[in-house]
Design a protein around this ligand. Sequence first.
Ligand SMILES: *[C@@H]1O[C@H](CO)[C@@H](O)[C@H](O)[C@H]1NC(C)=O
Ligand SMILES: *[C@@H]1O[C@H](CO)[C@@H](O)[C@H](O)[C@H]1NC(C)=O
Length: 495
Amino acid sequence: MSRSSSRLGYKAAFMFWSLVPFIAANEDVKEGVSKVQEADKLPHESQLRLREVVFVIQSQRNSFHVQQAERLRADLLLQTEELQESPPPILLLHTLSDSEGDWSILPSLPYFSSHFGKNSSWIMFLEEETNVKLEKLLTVLKKFVRRKEWFLGKPLHDDESTIIHHYAFAENPSSFKYPDFSAGWALSIPLINRLANKVQQEPLKSDFTIDLKHEVALYIWDEGKGPRLTAVPELCTLPENSPTAQHCATAVSTHSPLCGEPVTREDIFVAVKTCKKFHLERVPVVKKTWEKQASRLEYYSDHADPSIPTINLGVPNTDRGHCGKTFAILSRYVSSSVPKTDWLLIVDDDTLISLPRLQALLSCYDPREPVCLGERYGYGLGQGGYSYITGGGGMVFSREAVLRLLASGCKCYSNDAPDDMVVGMCLNAVQIPVTHSPLFHQARPEDYARDFLAHQIPISFHKHWNIDPVAVFSKWLNDSDSSAERLSTRLKEEL
Ligand SMILES: *[C@@H]1O[C@H](CO)[C@@H](O)[C@H](O)[C@H]1NC(C)=O
Ligand SMILES: *[C@@H]1O[C@H](CO)[C@@H](O)[C@H](O)[C@H]1NC(C)=O
């Protein structure tokens, strides 16, 4: 890796030397050269101490995730001991304040600046499954002149402009790089301090938070007024033991988490939202792909069709949101009309999902807790807004979450209100956290960066637009019987 500042110094020196034949031998020139080179070396970068690096784990409030974050913190402290360094601050993002917006990073910048803006050099962000080799990481950070503004990470880019990034950079989608959070990413303190000022002076504009890593990169770049992401080859998303990962300071596990026996099919009640106009178009795709993975599943429509069969919930279909329909589903789920299960999954008729992978993931969660799980989006997070699970990727609820939500009396303000957002608002009101899993997807595989999907085993995708949904299911979500066997072998090895 070259730090661009030293390259700049080198270039400047080169220019001076090429001028030398034209200027009479002149002490000033030589002095100029050495000044440029020296300025780059100050202050002594090589003396960067570990305690000047503040680690921020992008943690979540759900008990399983707290445990994962604590495990990472313990691992970092153990490595610190082995290096005989004094321990760095290690913060769990979800504990910084009571503000729901903290996970979106930008609202937390003033906190980082006021606590560490004068006595630290870097804020290093980690996801809970990011493995870190501290010694290597320190060597990497030492290469950068820390009194400058740096935004470091493993770059992702879009191959096509995508809805999840509001079709940004449509003329050249791959030109804009944003960090893969899984590899870890870092901001130098001078950048943190400037951004913290900006956050305090101009209220954060964004209404929706959809793909945080892209939105953070856009905010920092600020249409060219701020730095772009600097690619750091040592920040990796390869598995730790991969032979090509020798140089890496970070690694991730490509396995989806598995904490015990997968929950059984009978533990999950599946609700598919459809409507008459899609009975012939979308429902057959569900039947051809994942319906047979479910043991308890009902289709809910505005029209009863015994050939599917669908249940008419008596809620008229609406073109925009489906709040009325979703709340009717929640009420039915806790009623005696359906078998009692630990988990409820609500999907759209154009959601593609792997139930065996969901069964494995749910082994990590306690259904006695109020759990709401899926792909997290945010609304108005800069101004005390709320988070919600975006409906298209699938919304997973523990029975306890549904009971508490209904008991709160929280309701749709209209039948066509956006169901996922209203559910989010209600959960926020009763202080049930929504839990993010990057394995659920509100959009199609082509809407996500290839390198991002490369290190995950996805659980869902959404929308049939311009794709063959059966082919997408086969390629991205369908496991052969032998992969189910591999899963049970892995389980035996790990437990
Ligand atoms: C900087 O100050 C914070 C408290 O505001 C403290 O937790 C941290 O350890 C300090 N870091 C160094 C390098 O002194
Ligand atoms: C999914 O995989 C199973 C088992 O290998 C296979 O029988 C089935 O046809 C596949 N379905 C699709 C839609 O690819």
